[in-house]
Design a protein around this ligand. Structure first.
Ligand code: B12
Ligand code: SF4
Length: 478
């Protein structure tokens, strides 16, 4: 029997929260297992001595291929370390897949620590490759597969997308699921886990990967099948809360209505969380919001991004600032917690527009104290996002090889459209937002005072004392 090992490199070695479930590797495994291929998964974020475990498996299983998943950024660094280890200790083919390889398959396949890259949904492409390698057949020509041959990278894009309902059952037993079930006191949950019921999203936000990878095609499983899968997971793992871990759960309101109604009728008795779009929620009736809440909806996450209508239009968000204020109130009145995400540093954004975002954050926190404003991120020019031409027009040059993309997260990625002052302003705002609700009242008080001063000013203000605070933090004994 052919054998493979699938790796998920760590994405944040300092994270103390429970690791997010490695869905990609489980979906790949479903097809591999169905085709009689032996699979091991090594999930670095929850494998204490991951490299030792990898060496042990390489020696014991002698896999024909090792698959590595990665997003753009730091995960590539940890993926390359695993790839190096595979090269040193086995003859297995090294296959890269995931979001980064899907966006840049040629560049990925060109790296000396990659034998193949697979672009797009990898379920069938990877299983086909493994079967070819095990049988000694030439895998070239498999849709989605890229490889370097005599200095040239050859490969063909996959045509079309998978039918999620037709995929074999997920082999959850390949992992210790308990590691991924967590407590979520904010949701009143003791056993929280995730589920995927769709892929893709029909919108075109300029900072998102979606169009490049999913062609803006939304592909759900039907409501009834989704409910059956939720019930099966809840029963099997005694869950009391699930999160819909997908790009856009709410595309089809009717489908959500059926899911919610069935959760109530069949007394499934769970809480649930999902992401929603501001412009969707703006159109929901009080009856629909009530149905959501009665079905267990405890938390909705919204990507607000900006407090400036001009910026929202520039990033093709399809929402307005007025809608955001209205939705925050209605989410709160509907008895659901709202979490709101923001971004700054888009090309063409001015300091005044960024401060409008900070003022919107302030207005939202006044709607209700339980509104959660997630940390603000700085726009980064991830490959394949719609805003790349705007970045290039302002002096940005995309990294030319796999390793250079690691810096997308670690060093400050290149953002030639931002002045030093703007970068500093955004970074200071992040610093304050993270401390506004600090458990130490002195820190929270100071952050609140500074935050209000920033909002009153026209161009922001510099936190001179920040370097002292950073220094004190570094000197504090652990
Ligand atoms: C869960 C998640 C996370 C998790 C970790 C995910 C992980 N891979 O380890 C957490 C919460 C940590 C996370 C963090 C971040 N994330 Co995130 N995240 C996601 C999310 C919502 C779901 C990923 C998922 O499970 N998808 C479902 C699976 C089935 O799809 P898939 O991964 O694409 O897998 C398929 C194919 O890619 C392929 N495939 C995948 N792996 C492999 C491997 C092999 C060998 C093969 C052959 C094929 C293959 O086959 C799979 C099945 O079809 C995605 C959005 C999305 N829907 O994908 C964003 C996404 C991956 N995240 C993104 C970003 C930007 C981030 C952050 C930078 C956000 C931030 N500002 O902090 C951070 C960075 C990490 C860090 N240092 O903390 C971007 C990545 C863009 C990019 N170019 O990489 C995405 C695409 C969101 C977006 N809308 O742009 N994220
Ligand atoms: S950010 Fe969300 S809504 Fe916008 S395109 Fe991406 S997945 Fe869709």
């Amino acid at each position: 029997m052919a054998s493979v090992i699938l790796f998920r490199p760590t994405y944040d070695p300092d994270s103390r929260s429970a690791p997010v479930f490695p869905w990609a590797l489980l979906y790949l495994s479903a097809v591999l297992v169905e085709r009689g291929i032996d699979v091991d998964i090594v999930d670095e974020p929850c494998t204490p001595d991951c490299h030792a475990e990898a060496k042990r498996l390489l020696a014991a299983k002698k896999p024909v291929a090792v698959g590595i998943t990665s997003m753009t950024g730091a995960q590539i660094h940890y993926g390359l370390a695993l790839a190096r280890l595979v090269r040193e200790h086995s003859d297995a083919a090294i296959v890269w897949g995931g979001i980064h390889a899907s966006l840049l398959p040629e560049q990925t396949a060109r790296h000396p620590l990659a034998d193949y890259a697979i672009a797009g949904e990898g379920e069938h492409a990877f299983a086909d490759l493994v079967e070819c390698l095990a049988a000694g057949r030439d895998p070239d020509g498999i849709p989605g597969l890229y490889a370097e041959r005599n200095g040239d990278v050859r490969g063909v894009r996959q045509d079309g997308y998978l039918d999620l309902a037709a995929l074999p059952e997920i082999p959850y037993d390949l992992l210790d699921i308990e590691r991924y079930i967590s407590r979520r006191p904010d949701l009143g949950a003791e056993r929280y886990f995730e589920i995927c019921t769709s892929r893709g999203c029909p919108h075109h936000c300029g900072f998102c990967y979606i169009e490049s990878v999913h062609g803006s095609r939304w592909r759900p499983i039907e409501a009834d099948l989704a409910v059956e899968r939720i019930k099966a997971l809840v029963q099997r793992y005694s869950l009391d809360c699930v999160s819909f871990r997908e790009d856009n759960f709410f595309v089809n309101r009717r489908r959500v209505e059926t899911i919610a109604q069935r959760l109530i009728d069949e007394k499934v008795g769970i809480r649930w969380a999902a992401s929603c779009r501001i412009n969707y929620f703006a159109q929901y009736t009080p009856e629909f919001v009530s149905l959501l809440r009665r079905s267990g909806c405890a938390l909705l996450t919204f990507g607000v991004e900006s407090g400036s209508d001009r910026v929202l239009e520039f990033i093709r968000k399809g929402t307005t600032v007025e809608q955001v204020r209205d939705v925050a109130r209605r989410v709160h009145d509907g008895g659901i917690r709202g979490t709101y995400h923001f971004m700054g540093g888009f090309p063409s954004e001015t300091e005044a527009e960024f401060l409008d975002t900070c003022r919107l954050i302030e207005q939202l926190t006044q709607v209700s104290p339980d509104i959660v404003v997630r940390e603000m991120s700085i726009f980064a020019p991830y490959p394949g996002v719609g805003l790349i031409p705007e970045c290039v027009a302002r002096g940005y040059r995309e990294p030319a090889d796999l390793e250079s993309w690691i810096a997308m997260e670690w060093a400050n990625p290149q953002r030639p459209w931002l002045t030093k002052r703007q970068t500093r302003l955004i970074s200071d705002a992040q610093f304050l937002i993270a401390r506004l609700g600090h458990s130490n009242p002195i820190i929270a008080g100071w952050a609140g005072w500074r935050w209000r001063r920033m909002l009153r000013s026209e161009r922001g203000c510099t936190l001179h004392e920040r370097s002292l605070i950073d220094l004190a933090r570094r000197l504090r004994p652990r």
